[in-house]
Write a protein that binds this ligand. Structure first.
Ligand SMILES: Nc1ncnc2c1ncn2[C@@H]1O[C@H](COP(=O)(O)OP(=O)(O)O)[C@@H](O)[C@H]1O
Ligand SMILES: [Mg+2]
Length: 312
């Protein structure tokens, strides 16, 4: 994960903490997000995700620790840091009577664009998030998925290199989630550093390159990274015919077979698609009719559950 220490992280937190009165919302949080990557911030409700993100976005002052956005400390240079980051809150506070175009144009004006440029920017962003058809509709008529996309467009108004998205997939139907996933992935491809939070792990599994787990105000470091990497290698294999146990025993010279096969199914460790294909070829050559091979469940979910068990 962040073993590329020589590369400048676009977004960084080091031993950050923050209390609200007697509630220690963030106890000790560290993370870094590289340009061109999407990182998940995952943890149960109340573990401190929003508080940490507000500090990263320069909207809340940490009690201690360091935050850097594009190398800038929000504490020292709030204005410069603010222009480097796009913030998407968990609930979009729009003026419900404004149209989608007006909402975005208003924010663009706030970043100093002329009225004409602000309108042009609003239209191009609406195109980008597939809301162009609804440009002149008031925000209140939007569905949850459409509101989330408008909110994402708003976070992009100043074309920031860093994006912080708080629970963007929450409450979305499957189609909206796929659309959001594609948009977020595209932002990563374009070189943005994206941090995206969720308490529902499976929501983010296909959206992210990396994951930071958080529990009770603490980010879980390398142990979690290793766990995610390990979880990603577990695949379930189902055969409809042949002696799967015997074939896997023979294949185990070249492949790690993690679990004893259960009749016609087995869980195997394969590193990637190529490895999986190679194993299937070996098994088929050995007379096994392989019906299916796929990663076991959600890799992030598995890693998370493993860690939660360990922390108990
Ligand atoms: N403004 C606030 N005042 C008091 N307590 C807060 C405030 N914001 C968050 N908290 C508390 O801090 C903890 C972490 O909250 P939050 O960062 O919202 O977690 P998450 O986003 O992971 O659900 C919770 O116990 C929450 O009640
Ligand atoms: Mg939250």
């Amino acid at each position: 994960m962040s073993d590329v220490t020589t590369m400048a992280a676009a977004l960084e937190a080091a031993s950050v903490r923050r209390a609200f009165g007697s509630v220690q919302a963030v106890v000790n949080a560290s993370l870094s997000v590289q340009p061109g990557s999407v990182t998940a911030l995952i943890g149960p409700n109340g573990c401190g995700k929003t508080t940490l993100m507000l500090m990263l976005a320069g909207l809340l002052r940490p009690d201690g620790g360091e935050v850097r956005v594009g190398g800038i400390s929000p504490g020292a240079s709030p204005k410069a840091a603010r222009t480097a980051v796009g913030w998407m809150p968990d609930v979009l506070g729009t003026w419900e009577s404004l149209t989608c175009r007006e909402t975005l144009a208003t924010f663009a004006r706030a970043y100093g664009l002329t009225p004409a440029d602000a309108d042009a920017r609003a239209f191009s962003l609406l195109e980008r998030v597939h809301l162009a058809d609804l440009a002149e509709q008031p925000a209140r008529v939007l569905s949850r998925g459409q509101k989330q996309r408008l909110s994402l467009a708003r976070a992009l108004v100043n074309d920031p290199p860093v994006l912080i998205l708080d629970e963007p997939a929450s409450g979305l139907d499957p189609r909206s989630r796929v659309e959001l996933r594609d948009l977020v992935r595209q932002l990563g491809v374009e070189g943005k550093a994206v941090l995206v939070s969720s308490h529902v792990l499976a929501e983010l599994d296909e959206m992210v390159d990396d994951a930071v787990f958080m529990s009770k105000g603490v980010t879980l470091g390398e142990a979690a990274d290793a766990e995610v990497a390990r979880a990603r290698t577990r695949w379930r294999l189902v055969a409809v015919e042949g002696d799967l146990a015997g074939a896997l025993a023979r294949a185990s010279r070249d492949f790690t077979v993690e679990q004893v096969p259960l009749g016609s199914a087995a869980v195997v460790s394969v590193a990637d698609d190529a490895d999986a294909a190679a194993l299937v070829a070996v098994l088929v050559g050995d007379g096994i009719k392989v019906a299916r091979i796929a990663p076991v469940g959600s890799a992030l979910e598995q890693a998370y559950l493993t860690m939660e068990t360990e922390r108990r």
